[in-house]
Each structure stands twice: as C-alpha cells, then as structure tokens.
Design a protein around this ligand. Structure first.
Ligand code: FE
Length: 198
C-alpha cells in the first residue's frame, strides 16, 4: 500500500475546548465532521494523550472553534505544542464563553459549535466521540483553513540554525540529537517515522 495516499485526504483544522470544574483547556484537532443534519450531529476523534480528551470523558461536553486562514502559527504552537496539564492555555488568550461555560477562541476562528456527547467509541490511541450539536455561531467571513493551506501558508519553516528533528506532517521541531523511537508528535500525533533530521 502507498501510505502517502492518506495525505491526499482533505481535513479542516480546529481548536477543541472543554471545561472540567474551574479548569479550561484546548487542543488542535483535524477530525471534526458533521455526520448527520437531522438531528445535527458531529464526530471528533481525539488522542488519549490530550488532556482535553480526559476532560470530555469526564464531562461529555465540548466546543470546537473552526480555524480560518487568518489563524497564525502562534495559535497552533499555543494549543498544539504545550500541554494543559502544565500550563493554563486560557490564562491570556482571546476567548469568550458559550452558554455551556466552555471557551471558544475569538482570534483566527470563523465560528464555533457546542456539542454534547451521546456515544464514545474506544479506538485504541483515540476516542471517537459522537455528539449532538447544541449551539453555534459564525464569527467571521474568513475562509476556513485546511490542512493543506496550513502546510503551504501557515506552518513556519524550521530555523536554519535549529538542530534536531522536524515533523514532516506539521512542522513541529523536536530539539535533541536522538529522537526516541516511540516519540509521538505533540501537535499532529504522527509517529517518529514521520520526522526527519534537520
Ligand atoms: Fe506533527
């Protein structure tokens, strides 16, 4: 099989957010799909490594902010390259709370939806959440970004002086001479085999 064919599948990019008690958090996903219109239902697949995943397991509630072509690389770094287990990603990030009390981002997003989980399916590395779409709002007319647009126009080329390994999928740079064999990209969750030496 030519595994490269999988990269020809088109995806959007999104910030998935959740709230558990006082804790707010968010991460980058590319797996939102509207699956039925009546009732209005969506699915997301979320890596179990993401703190947001555990919050949705606990609460069954989440928002998805739809990233536009205006989203900068800083948004991807902020939500994708660090963990909410260590820092508060909403300490100083432009957001508002929707009616469910969960944040959505107001910079680089052209809309958001609020969702309530009706079923969860364990996929091993990820959980597939099937959810009712309960609320939502258009925030701007900017076109939605795609994974391809991100690669061509948003992702920053690695610094020429940087050393380490770069993820060929999303551009995340791992600094260090030896990339652990079981390393997983913190942004796109692809394995060490998708990294190349700088
Ligand atoms: Fe990556």
């Amino acid at each position: 099989m030519d595994k490269k064919v999988m990269r020809n599948i088109s995806y959007g990019l999104f910030i998935l957010t959740a709230k558990d008690g006082d804790k707010l958090n968010g991460c980058v996903i590319n797996t939102l799909q509207q699956v039925t219109t009546s009732p209005n239902r969506a699915t997301i697949a979320v890596s179990k490594e993401n703190y947001t995943h555990d919050m949705i397991i606990e609460t069954g509630q989440f928002n998805v902010s739809i990233l536009s072509e205006k989203a900068g690389f800083d948004t991807f770094k902020h939500f994708g390259f660090q963990s909410g287990r260590e820092i508060d990603k909403f300490d100083d990030y432009p957001m508002e709370l929707s009616e469910n009390g969960i944040p959505y981002i107001t910079k680089g997003a052209n809309g958001f939806i609020s969702c309530s989980v009706i079923q969860s399916i364990d996929l091993g590395s990820h959980t597939l959440f099937i959810a009712d779409v309960t609320d939502g709002k258009v925030l701007s007319d900017d076109p939605s970004t795609t994974y391809e647009y991100y690669h061509k126009h948003i992702k920053e080329a690695p610094d020429a002086k940087a050393s380490g390994w770069v993820c060929k999928i999303c551009g995340y740079v791992y600094s260090g001479d030896v990339l652990p064999e079981d390393y997983i990209c913190p942004l796109c969750k692809h394995p060490a085999s998708d990294f190349e030496k700088l």
